[in-house]
Design a protein around this ligand. Structure first.
Ligand code: SF4
Length: 64
């Protein structure tokens, strides 16, 4: 299961990175969150919490 960050919605608050640093990181370029390459929520139990705590509702689980 790979999460997806909607950059149009993300406000760069850093909550997802704080909750789930193995999956999300803020970009050096734009300050917005992105999913770390190779990250897999099946191997981590913090993704749902990151989705719940995102104040912008920017994280979802895509089918891709
Ligand atoms: S918690 Fe949501 S709004 Fe905050 S950085 Fe992560 S994706 Fe962006």
């Amino acid at each position: 299961m790979i999460p997806k960050v909607e950059h149009d919605l993300c406000i760069g608050c850093g909550s997802c990175e704080a909750v789930c640093p193995s999956i999300f990181e803020l970009g050096d370029d734009n300050g917005l969150s992105h999913v770390i390459e190779g990250a897999d929520c099946n191997l981590s139990d913090c993704c749902e919490q990151a989705v719940e705590e995102c104040p912008a509702g920017a994280i979802s689980f895509g089918e891709e």
